[in-house]
Design a protein around this ligand. Structure first.
Ligand SMILES: C[S@@+](CC[C@H](N)C(=O)[O-])C[C@H]1O[C@@H](n2cnc3c(N)ncnc32)[C@H](O)[C@@H]1O
Length: 398
């Protein structure tokens, strides 16, 4: 994945923390995410060793340093290193930057183990999830945490649709890719606050060669793989804690039960991830229907991924499987036919049916005010795992 950033010569997440105002806005956003959404106490960073893979220019790493952590960075794009060093010097954190290595996630070697291991926004491109979950766990110490973010299949429908529609339009109408993207999605992009340029976003999201069906995961799989690697889910965004839980507080479920509960909650969240807003799920659904939705959404994403401007059958295939997704949702979502999700799925269908029209016409599906113009799905999951250290009897003194 990093070779793409070198070839296209861009930093996808560069936040230009050049003055105190920009840094303070960035920090406020990041701290809210860590503290309020992921429930990580900010004190936990103080004097801890944090290993971060793929920091790009290191904005998040700088925040960790300002919280008192010692920072170890592994970033394969050497062109980003200068900015990282610059940030740490400008903001008086040189003493906290312990290591900056030009290596990849799979090649990096160290004997040290860390309290926090971070891999945001790329690790899913480094190989099968069985492999990267195990490798992340291997860097984590006995009391360690892992913070990881990755795109999920059930939240990725709108993103994949936008990506493939823009690519098709560029090819069909012989347009520059940014021109096609701007014609179709320019107004939608302008309607949200952003800190990066349209081109940077388009390169990172719409035209990214790794935005492929094979790189996407199911959140329940990641929870189970981490469980196999000896780590339990500590926190996540979106939340996976059981709603309305009134269990006796001292009741201690097994690791396996907890893992299964979180995985089930992730499956029930699929309609909400699709829409990017809360969607109530019926209480009387069969135990197989949510796994069936998982399968059919995976097929839909695979078919969308393969959408080809010169092959009519690829479009028919997406429409066919999209119809099956809608049928399943009818049986899963409370009041589906009148719901925003049904409207969104209908707009997706209409957009696909008119996918061959000019970019100007297709853009009408993505104008702010249309559902597809206002919605982004919920493509990325953030998860924090921890190694639950057993209480050793020998350490307990009476
Ligand atoms: C989308 S950016 C995310 C930057 C930052 N982690 C964030 O979330 O804001 C992906 C970063 O991962 C790096 N990267 C890509 N492939 C990598 C790999 N195999 N090993 C380590 N880093 C990688 C890229 O160079 C880039 O800096």
């Amino acid at each position: 994945m990093f070779r793409y950033y070198v070839a296209e010569n861009f930093n996808p997440t560069y936040a230009r923390l050049e003055n105190a105002d920009r840094l303070s806005d960035f920090m406020a956003q990041r701290l809210f995410m860590l503290q309020n959404r992921l429930h990580l106490p900010l004190q936990m960073w103080a004097d801890r060793s944090v290993l971060e893979f793929g920091p790009a220019a290191g904005e998040n790493a700088l925040v960790n340093a300002l919280l008192g952590a010692y920072i170890y960075l592994v970033e394969p794009v050497e062109a980003f290193h200068e900015k990282i060093r610059d940030y740490f010097t400008t903001w008086g954190q040189d003493h906290r930057l312990k290591q900056l290595t030009a290596s990849t996630f799979n090649e990096f070697q160290t004997d040290k183990r860390f309290t926090m291991v971070i891999a945001e926004g790329f690790v899913y491109t480094t190989g099968p999830a069985e492999q990267w979950t195990r490798r992340l766990a291997s860097f984590c110490n006995e009391q360690g945490f892992i913070l990881v973010s990755f795109p999920v299949i059930s939240g990725f429908l709108i993103e994949m649709l936008q990506s493939r529609i823009c690519r098709m339009a560029a090819e069909r109408y012989n347009l520059d890719k940014f021109q096609a993207a701007d014609l179709i999605l320019g107004a939608k992009w302008q309607s949200i606050p952003h800190s990066r340029s349209f081109e940077s976003w388009a390169n990172d999201v719409l035209f990214h060669p790794f935005i492929r069906h094979e790189s996407l995961n199911h959140p329940d799989d990641i929870i189970k793989l981490m469980y196999n690697a000896g780590l339990d889910l500590y926190a996540s965004w979106p939340l996976l804690a059981k709603p309305y839980d009134v269990t006796w507080i001292r009741k201690t479920p097994s690791r396996e039960n907890l893992c299964n509960d979180y995985a089930a909650a992730a499956l029930a969240l699929q309609p909400s991830l699709l829409l990017g807003q809360p969607v109530p799920v019926k209480s009387d659904i069969t135990s197989t229907i949510l796994p069936s939705l998982r399968d059919v959404l995976e097929k839909e994403l695979r078919a969308l991924d393969a959408l080809n401007a010169n092959d009519e059958t690829t479009l028919e295939k997406v429409l066919d499987v999209h119809g099956r997704s809608c049928e399943l949702l009818t049986n899963i979502v409370t009041g589906y036919n009148e719901s925003p999700l049904a409207k969104m799925m209908h707009e997706v269908e209409m957009c696909l049916r008119h996918a061959k029209e000019s970019p100007e016409k297709i853009s009408s599906y993505f104008h702010p005010g249309q559902l597809l113009g206002d919605l982004w799905g919920s493509p990325n999951f953030y998860m924090v795992f921890h190694r639950a250290a057993p209480v050793k009897k020998s350490t307990l003194k009476s």
